[in-house]
Design a protein around this ligand. Sequence first.
Ligand code: RP5
Length: 167
Amino acid sequence: MSEPLPEAAGVPLAETAGAPLAETAAQIEELDVDAPRVGIVMGSKSDMGAMEAAEKELNERGIRSEVRVMSAHREPEIVAEYAKNAQLRGLRVIIAGAGLSAALPGVVAAHTDLPVIGVPLTSRTSVAGGLDALLSISQMPPGVPVACVGVDNARNAAVLAARILGI
Ligand code: RP5
């Protein structure tokens, strides 16, 4: 006996025919209304103090977010995986903070089409007050944009994320 057609089994054919990514993401968003909309990532636990301002600002605006620590240099596979899955998980914007040779925002942007906002951070061994991270984040090659806020200004990253979301 042959298998019933998906439509006969209650599954609309459109859902089985390789729906475009945006359509699939919209369907997932409908299913999981509590999914975070903004991902806040940072290169080290030592960045947490500065990056908490982004989470606080989003909370105050009623925008759901998630916070993760992942280093572009120490855990490149984890960063790539996170960025590749972000849109399908319902995220709409990613805020990425890092200090020193701050590769994290750029690496995230290399693996997702979502808007990425970089936060250059100062750390114990920063040079020129965080200029190292500022240039690492802002000087992206053409075609792979990262928005860049001021040094240690995670709050502005959250405000910009809210504006991108139209909230
Ligand atoms: C960067 O190196 C991190 O984003 C952090 O700002 C800096 C120092 O990291 P730790 O040595 O404190 O882990 O990758």
